[in-house]
Design a protein around this ligand. Structure first.
Ligand code: NDP
Ligand code: NHF
Length: 317
């Protein structure tokens, strides 16, 4: 298994298991199966609503002697309604309790967007807290505090552009160690990925298969999804592998991690094995040409009418 190195030398497995939309009942089985076949990296979040079931799967795998805690890499994320400094530790403790763990390997600020306490998703502009009232630096100081207490080994962010990374890095005692972004051939984000690499910020790509269990497609209904893209399919045919494996191999080849979600045993195996697939310079050139700057997770929830947040704030330079 390929790994990505953190600044202190800790290593995160390049392919992890995504758990968003993995339904109750399914996610327990998927995590147990994933551990059995060799997954060592799990991507979780409080907002996915299934951390308790994932925790039971971890606990049962430990009890069965299949794996030890220190052999796993577990990531979770702070939801947007807990951005005050004093909310970070209680939020992380809820996640640890649900996951039945003493510490996380990586804790991320899920979005650079603050919501009022208790709000899961905004229903009106009053549900937001404007960024000048609760700056990202305040949330980051809460993240530094939980890292210093040992509740998480590493801290980072998700959905941060270069500007927001610079905001929290200035004056920080721990420079962000990781950034989780939407990344796939239709959204390559080269400038942001390069910035992270130069600053030793480990990059994880989410929705690497185009989040195909969501209704979002491309600009037009007739456009192919990533898994149906002709170039991806042609490359897959030459390697006798699946389109998903080409997408995941591309992610790992460019030095990023990828966290495909699956609850299907055959696809779990296929995805884990993708890191062994070698892409040629010509394959990489053809995939580079597919970039459309197209987002499956477009951030519109946070930039709804009357919101203090805009798409330019989220995705601009
Ligand atoms: N930080 C953030 O803001 C975000 C983080 N994430 C994280 O990233 C993870 C992955 O992204 P996600 O949006 O779930 O979507 P993915 O791009 O991982 O796509 C998941 C879909 O692809 C299917 N699939 C899985 N493997 C294969 C395969 N080999 N061939 C064909 N289809 C396949 C799955 O179905 P099946 O399960 O039936 O196999 C599911 O329908 C999330 O689960 C979450 O952990 C996602 C979005 C935002
Ligand atoms: O990780 C993600 C998937 O789930 C959330 C919504 O339920 C998204 O907001 C988020 O980016």
């Amino acid at each position: 298994m390929k790994h990505l190195n953190f600044r202190n030398g800790d290593q995160m497995p390049a392919i992890g298991l995504g758990t968003w939309k993995a339904a109750p009942g399914d996610v327990y089985k998927a995590v147990r199966e994933a551990i059995k076949i060799g997954y060592r990296h799990f991507d979780c979040a409080h907002i996915y609503g299934n951390e308790d079931e994932i925790g039971t799967a971890f606990a049962d795998a430990f009890k069965a002697g299949e794996i030890k805690r220190e052999e796993l890499w577990v990531t979770s994320k702070l939801w947007n309604n807990s951005h005050r400094k004093d909310q970070v530790e209680p939020a992380l403790k809820v996640t640890l309790k649900n996951l039945q763990l003493d510490y996380l390997d990586l804790y991320l600020i899920h979005w650079p967007v603050a919501l009022q306490e208790g709000i899961g998703f905004p229903a009106s502009p009053a549900d937001f807290i404007p960024i000048d009232q609760l700056p990202l630096t305040v949330t980051w100081s809460g993240m530094e505090a939980v890292a210093k207490q040992g509740l998480t080994k590493h801290i980072g962010v998700s959905n941060f552009n270069i500007k927001n990374l610079k905001v929290i890095s200035e004056g920080a005692t721990i420079i962000p160690e990781a950034n989780q972004l939407e990344l796939h051939p239709y959204l390559q984000q080269n400038e942001l990925v390069d910035y992270c690499k130069k600053n030793e910020i480990v990059v994880t790509g989410y929705s690497p298969l185009g989040s195909s269990d969501r209704p979002a497609r491309l600009i037009k209904e007739s456009d192919p999804t990533l898994l149906e893209n002709e170039v991806i399919k042609q490359i897959a045919a030459t390697k006798n592998c699946s389109p998903a494996q080409v997408l995941l191999s591309w992610a790992v080849t460019r030095g990023t991690s990828a966290i495909p979600k699956s609850v299907n045993p055959k696809r779990l195996k296929e995805n884990l094995e993708s890191a062994a697939i070698e892409l040629s310079t010509d394959d990489l050139k053809r995939i580079a040409d597919l970039d459309l700057n197209f987002r499956y997770i477009n951030g519109e929830t946070w930039a709804s009418p009357g919101s203090p947040y805009t798409l330019e704030y989220l995705w601009g330079k």
